[in-house]
Ligand binder design. Structure first.
Ligand code: CA
Length: 225
């Protein structure tokens, strides 16, 4: 016995899902549709989506950000947790991918809570900041191109309210972060990003070994960490 997290066998992973996953039917159908997509590995795992949905509920989030929407699976889960009048600002650059999600969002009755911005996310985030929306978001999910993680992180941190929560995906990067000879641009970006977070005094953090690694960041009150 060890208190260290261990890698799940397929069998134990199946058990975990069998006793805890409560995936709404509309989410399951979108996930299954996306599983046949050439970029299916960009979709988050259902247990991760459910975990994020729980966090969104736990903090009573009303205003959320998503950087990297793909076919809209995580956006669907998050939007379904929001109260009426809640809003998710979803950022992506692909009309083709997000169009798939839109149909499911409509079917679930949450399309009016999702504001999709199809342009580079840095532009959208800068526009929100310029529009006076600093400190007005409760939750942010970052899951887009890894090289821009620092740019997304800085902007989302400003847009979050104090005590707001950010979740950043793929921070274990299939274990490639361990291999110092791996100089792939994404691997280097994730490795540098993780190191920078550890030193960052503006946040509390925890790296959760769920799926490909999910780092949770709480924005501290001004100099109160
Ligand atoms: Ca991801």
């Amino acid at each position: 016995m060890s208190n260290k997290t261990f890698t799940l066998s397929d069998e134990l992973h199946g058990y975990l899902l069998s006793v805890s996953l409560r995936e709404p039917d509309v989410c399951r159908r979108l996930r299954e549709w996306t599983a046949g997509h050439p970029w299916a590995r960009m979709q988050i795992a259902p247990e991760q989506a459910q975990f994020m949905a729980l966090l969104v509920r736990l903090i009573g989030a009303k205003r959320c950000l998503e950087i990297g929407t793909f076919t809209g699976y995580s956006a669907l889960w998050v939007a379904m947790q929001l109260p009426s009048g809640g809003k998710l600002v979803a950022c992506d650059i692909s009309e083709e991918w997000t169009a798939i999600g839109r149909g499911y969002w409509r079917e679930a009755g949450v399309d009016d809570r999702i504001e999709l911005h199809l342009r580079p996310a840095v532009e959208t985030l800068d526009k929100l900041l310029a529009g006076g929306q600093e400190g007005s978001f409760d939750f942010a999910f970052v899951d887009a191109d890894k090289e821009n993680y620092p740019a997304y992180f800085e902007r989302c941190l400003r847009l979050l309210r104090p005590n707001g929560l950010m979740a950043i995906d793929n921070t274990l990067w299939s274990g490639r972060v361990l291999d110092e000879t791996d100089d792939d641009v994404d691997t280097v970006a994730i490795r540098d990003f993780n190191r920078a977070l550890l030193r960052d005094k503006r946040i509390d953090l925890s790296l959760i070994p769920i799926a490909d690694g999910l780092t949770l960041v709480r924005k501290c009150m001004v100099s109160a960490c």
